[in-house]
Each structure stands twice: as structure tokens, then as C-alpha cells.
Ligand binder design. Sequence first.
Ligand SMILES: [Zn+2]
Length: 181
Amino acid sequence: MIDEILKYNKEFVEEKKYEQYKTSKYPDKKIAIITCMDTRLTELLPAALGIRNGDVKIIKNAGGVVSHAFGSVVRSVLVGIFELGIEEVMVIGHTDCGVQHINSDMMIKHMMDRGVDEEKIELIRHCGIDFDTWLEGFDCVESSVKDSVEMLRKHPLIPKDVKISGYVMDSVTGEIHVVEP
Ligand SMILES: [Zn+2]
């Protein structure tokens, strides 16, 4: 699968297909979007919001959640604000998210099914990693978006003049509705 991608990449560069994407590292719209890595959103989300290459910073993870005040998502948001001119942050969850209803017990079982050593899992737990908090999904996408927005709004390192808002996107039509204005 990756071989095909690498082959395509050679052609892409040779045929100068990159020319239509030329832009700078500074976002034209001064917006950062935190959203899910769901493959249905790869093209749908930018298309549905009228976003073009160079417009916004998109930060993705499983679920589009800000789960840790000092984790990689907040780090990316801070870089965006202080180094790249971000003035507004949108948290965009989506319908039928794969992270909905997952739970840590099930994922740990899947790990063991794939040959991950149970002793190692227990050792990690013993070292203070709370699997329930770390791996848990969410039941309600609206609540998840609200929690992420709240985490950013209360964050001590994010200036109060940065506008933070939350939305849920329909994974089929791309329609968004406001959860946290
Ligand atoms: Zn998702």
C-alpha cells in the first residue's frame, strides 16, 4: 500500500502537480481546527468549510479531543497562537465517530489478542498510567466537544482574547452545528 503511495509521489513531483498548492507556513485565516483523524473527514471537512491549502492549521487525533492540558494537542495550539498568529480555535467533533463507545478494557483485550504481553500492561498500570482515562472514548460527541472547549478556555497559557468554539460535523453531509458558540 505504501509502495503505491511512493510511486504516485514521484509522478506528482515530476508532473509539478504541487504548483496549485503553493503557500506559506502562516495561516491565511488565523484559525486552528482541532478535529478527528476519521478518514471520512480528510477531504470533506476542508471542502465543507471552504478551506484551501494555506488557510488554517488542522490538528488531528482520534476523536478530535483535547484530553490533556499539557499534551501534544495543546502544545500545537500554543505554537499556533504564539508563533504562527492563530487568533481563533475551532473544536470540531463529528457524528458516528469511531472513538464513541470504545473503552479501555476492550482495547487492552485487543492488545493482548495481538500479542502484547499482559505483564507489560500490568507494569505500565503499576507505573501510574491510568488506562481508563487515557484510552477511554466518549459516549456523547457534544459533551466531548464541550469538555475540550472548556479545557482550552480555562488553560492558563492560552490568552483570553483567543476565541475558542465547538461544533459537530455530520460525517456524510459535512453540515456543522454549533455546540459551544
Ligand atoms: Zn472520529
